[in-house]
Design a protein around this ligand. Structure first.
Ligand code: TMP
Length: 215
């Protein structure tokens, strides 16, 4: 049941929301539905050059701190590489793409968290020109709970070390944008993993056939 062009499905959420296990589940569900494994991407990153940009964004250099505008532009440089060299070619071949984060992260973290929404919107429009996922699952979690989970996993990176109100603003932006866009589904990620996965399964069982029918 492959459609002619592939579909782009994205998993979003704050640190500790459970993106990794959700991605494994969604990968399996796409495979069951289409008969083929999706192309998996992560952002920032996903191409050799974009992965170098990811390192620049994630690793703190106290002698030359990354300013917020440079962080934003690096993330869009990485995204442009990924879209041009991986995502669009895969979709054109009829392959499905499963993204670990995409543009909604920038709207939430750089736009909401950093307060750079005008820059984010301008760069997003210039670089993406309306390119958008077919479906986004946003795993919603209260930042304190998510960060506690993330901290239990190991060291926090440069962005994960932001103050809690940065993540509160990012969460509010995620929720606000989700409330205005039918292609973004909010999943309550504070539930047990079993219940989160049940909700994801239910959403995809409804939505994957509709996406396929859209051709
Ligand atoms: P992760 O892939 O482990 O979640 O790490 C990516 C980090 O980069 C995470 O802290 C969120 C951040 N990020 C942004 O700030 N803006 C973006 O647009 C993206 C894709 C990620």
């Amino acid at each position: 049941m492959m459609s002619q062009t592939g579909k782009f499905i994205v998993i979003e959420g704050l640190e500790g929301a459970g993106k990794s296990s959700a991605i494994t589940l969604v990968n399996d569900l796409i495979q069951q539905h289409t008969g083929q494994a999706p192309v998996c991407t992560r952002e920032p990153g996903g191409t050799p050059l974009a992965e170098k940009m990811r390192d620049l964004v994630k690793i703190a250099d106290d002698t030359d701190p990354l300013c917020d505008e440079a962080e934003c532009l690096l993330i869009y440089a990485a995204r442009s590489q990924l879209i041009a060299n991986v995502i669009k070619p895969a979709l054109a071949k009829g392959q499905w793409v499963l993204g670990d984060r995409h543009n909604l992260s920038s709207l939430a973290y750089q736009g909401g968290g950093r307060g750079l929404m005008p820059l984010v919107k301008a760069v997003s429009e210039a670089c993406l020109a309306g390119f958008t996922p077919d479906l986004t699952l946003y795993l919603d979690i209260e930042p304190r709970l998510g960060l506690t989970r993330a901290a239990n996993r190991g060291d926090l990176d440069r962005i994960e070390q932001q103050a809690i109100d940065f993540f509160q603003r990012a969460r509010q932006t995620y929720l606000q944008l989700a409330s205005q866009d039918d292609s973004i589904v909010v999943i309550d990620a504070s539930q047990t993993m079993e219940k989160v996965h049940q909700d994801i399964r239910r959403q995809l069982q409804q939505r994957l056939p509709l996406l396929c029918n859209r051709g």
